[in-house]
Design a protein around this ligand. Structure first.
Ligand code: HPA
Length: 249
């Protein structure tokens, strides 16, 4: 099955239930990772943990060094990578506190380092990205949600915006026309970089607010934090079930 890495997002500076065994600083050819890699045991199984926003949630989505993070997980031994994502809900099925395992992504970000193949010295490489998420890890994740007793929607298109500001109502209307169900800021280029490295990558998304113009009035941090706390707590058993389903401890 291969070593599982979990990339924590907002609400996941620590991983619930993780027994930390070793913390490894790692240099990469692409610069600094968000924090030293954490090796630990979750439900008795080895996992790697990397909170993408860094210590104290200091790195906004557009300043995360996605290349360094994915490279470090790769050389650190991960073969499967789960990205956690707090998102806004656009379409009716995706209200606050809903969990989803997205199956498609649309990238609206700009100015981020999108590829490891940036160097003139190597031949141009185009990876297939028709299905951006790893089907095996998606299945394992949906199974883990079922084991944990958390309902999760298994088809969702995740639109990734640049941030750090939230969107306008018109931008969300456009995204809905494009086919997006969810909006977040960190899903890309993370998924594409994982694919370039041959890592099996999937995302567990949980809705922490109605996207701009879809709820009542302005989006508040109080609202987001309330839903985030709830979702973070519910994620614990899902992650434990996923780790436990990973084969030999
Ligand atoms: N937009 C973008 N990113 C987000 C949102 C949102 O509404 N909620 C959580 N992350």
């Amino acid at each position: 099955m291969g070593l599982l890495a979990i990339i924590g997002g907002s609400g996941f500076q620590r991983l619930p239930g993780l027994q930390v065994v070793e913390v490894k600083p790692l240099d990469t050819p692409f610069g600094a990772i968000s924090v030293p890699l954490v090796y630990g045991r979750l439900a008795g199984h080895w996992v790697l943990f990397l909170p993408r926003h860094g210590e104290g949630h200091r790195l906004p989505p557009h300043r995360i060094n996605y290349r360094a993070n994915l490279w470090a997980l790769h050389v650190g031994g991960a073969q499967r990578v789960l990205g956690l994502a707090a998102v806004g809900g656009i379409t009716a099925r995706f209200g606050p506190r809903v969990f989803a395992v997205p199956d498609q992504v649309i990238d609206y970000t700009h100015g981020r380092d999108q590829s490891f193949h940036d160097d003139d010295a190597v031949a141009v490489t185009h990876v297939d990205f028709t299905d951006p998420y790893c089907p095996e890890l998606r299945m394992d994740l949906l199974h883990a949600c079922a084991v944990a007793g958390v309902a999760a929607i298994d088809d969702a298109t995740y639109g990734v915006t640049q941030g750090p500001r939230l969107e306008t109502a018109a931008e969300i209307t456009r995204m809905e026309r494009d086919g997006c169900d969810l909006v977040g800021m960190t899903g890309m280029p993370e998924a594409a970089l994982a694919r370039e490295l041959g890592l099996c990558y999937a995302s567990l998304a949980f809705v922490v607010n109605w996207a701009a113009g879809k709820g009542e009035g302005a989006i508040t941090m109080t609202e987001i934090e309330g839903h985030l706390g709830f979702c973070a707590e519910r994620s614990g058993p899902i992650l434990a079930a996923l780790a436990a389903g990973s084969g030999a401890p």
